[in-house]
Design a protein around this ligand. Structure first.
Ligand code: UDP
Length: 461
């Protein structure tokens, strides 16, 4: 593994500048910045274009150039927040795709007048960048930060809609989706009824703009999502590059928007090997007070040790952990350690970590697979239910809590993974997946080969 920003002399001849534009959310910024580091290590010069909200600490990337676009997101609805739930995320996506068009075009025109550019790489959700790229004749390659399988499901939205899945009364149905096994009806990303139309519009625009792009980069690897890759190649007949997992190319990720609490590691250092459940629901998801209390009871009743990330704002209407009554807080502290934000990749790689209770955001899912850590899945929206279904039903390396956040199911889910024999089997299957990760990144491995293809492809544009 190389250090961030390190470059082999033999690779410096690639040259040429790439412009990268991430979607301004933590789960999208991390993979884009990791991709930037990978491409920089191949000799490309990197410029990161960013909005006024949620951009990473530039001092961690002295080897990149940063270019803000002069959109006005800070002054409107977001006020610099991290877009705290799915409703906000949909609003953010719509706003980005309208308010950023002119500032982005102006920025591109200026940059192109200063220096030639090989290509533009933007997040799949930044749909408007395709039309701008077409107009000023710069090839655009798309980075999709989620899994191939979930993108295939998003692509199938019109079909699923035609078949009546979106008008089903029982949208929490356990019935299988015959068109896309192993999906259940409740896994289809539907969000709230009043947001349904927006969701369809965004999906349609994203698919159209992706098909018009010059290529598609995935933070995944062939061996993990082989059958979805076949589907995706049919859905998107453009060059596809599965070069992940991105974060395994370099030592540390430094694109965190929140301060990482290092006591996570010092606390883990004091625990027995494979004895701790790590709990985190990512950077966007929110829960209500009742769900939070159910989580706390489930954790305490499981009698296992746990490291719990409670992000400030995660509990709607509360600052932090104040909904916990004194007795319960004491019980939580007896077995667990609570932090506001953890160095997640380090936590997952720590010998004391046994399992991960996750919302199955794609980065978290992939990071867990890379460290061979089985998962308890509590998916909420977007691609999360699809990822969770794959964790349980395809890779068989975790369990899905099917009834939301409910203390007895939480307790039994934790015990199934941390205590029972089936947890040990999942751990063994995870060890095989982890080995596949190591192989795909080595010389001649699938991701290594795909990365070489990507570099040659960019040079040929
Ligand atoms: N993360 C972290 N510390 C935490 C929780 C999450 O560093 O305490 C990182 C995690 O490693 C991952 C990202 O935040 O890279 C979350 O992305 P994901 O796709 O899992 O979920 P999202 O936040 O987009 O819902």
């Amino acid at each position: 593994m190389e250090k961030q920003g390190e470059k082999k002399a033999s690779e410096q001849s690639t040259g040429g500048r790439l412009l990268l534009f991430p979607m301004p959310l933590q789960g999208h910024i991390n993979p884009m910045l990791q991709l930037a580091n990978i491409l920089h290590s191949k000799g490309f010069k990197i410029t990161i274009i960013h909005t006024n909200i949620n951009f990473p600490n530039k001092s961690n990337y002295p080897h990149f150039t940063f270019e803000p676009i002069s959109e006005s997101l800070v002054e409107n609805e977001f006020e610099g927040s991290s877009a705290a739930d799915i409703g906000n995320v949909l609003i953010l996506i719509k706003l980005l795709n309208t308010t950023c068009v002119d500032p982005f075009r102006d920025c591109m025109v200026r940059l192109l007048s200063e220096e030639p550019v090989l290509c533009l790489i933007t997040d799949a959700i930044l749909v408007f960048t395709q039309a701008v790229a077409d107009k000023i004749k710069v090839p655009r390659i798309v980075l999709r930060t989620g899994s191939l399988s979930s993108f295939h499901v998003f692509h199938a939205h019109p079909l699923l809609r035609e078949k009546g899945y979106f008008s089903m009364e029982d949208y929490k149905s356990e019935a299988p989706v015959a068109e896309i096994p192993p999906l259940k009806v409740k896994d289809i990303p539907m969000v709230f009824t009043h947001e349904e139309e927006s969701l369809h519009e965004i999906m349609e625009a994203m698919m159209k703009a992706t098909k018009a792009a010059s290529g598609l980069i995935w933070n995944s690897f062939e061996e993990l999502e082989q059958s979805s890759l076949i589907d995706i190649r049919q859905d998107f007949p453009i060059p596809n590059f599965t070069i992940g997992p991105f974060h395994k190319y370099f030592q540390a990720s430094s694109s965190s928007l929140f301060t990482q609490d290092r006591t996570s590691i010092s606390w883990l250092d004091l625990q027995k090997p494979e004895s701790v459940l790590y709990v985190s629901f990512g950077s966007i998801l929110t829960i209500d007070k009742g769900e939070f209390l159910e989580m706390a009871w489930g954790l305490v009743n499981s009698m296992q040790k746990f490291l719990w990330v409670v992000r400030p704002g995660v509990i709607r209407g509360s600052e932090w952990v104040e909904p916990l009554p004194d007795g319960l807080l004491e019980a939580v502290r007896k077995r667990g350690h609570i932090v506001k934000w953890a160095p997640q990749q380090e936590v997952l790689a720590h010998p004391a970590t046994a399992c991960f209770w996750t919302h199955t955001g794609w980065n978290s899912t992939l990071e867990s697979i890379c460290e061979g850590v089985p998962m308890i899945c509590s998916p909420c929206f977007g691609d999360q239910p699809v990822n969770a279904r794959y964790v349980e039903g395809v890779w068989k390396v975790g369990v899905v809590l099917e009834n939301g956040l409910e203390r007895s199911e939480i307790e039994s889910g934790i015990r199934r993974l941390m205590v029972d024999e089936e947890g040990k089997e999942m751990k063994r299957r995870m060890a095989c997946l982890k080995e596949k990760v190591n192989l795909c990144l080595k010389q001649g491995g699938s991701s290594n080969q795909s990365l070489q293809n990507l570099v040659s492809y960019i040079m040929s544009l």
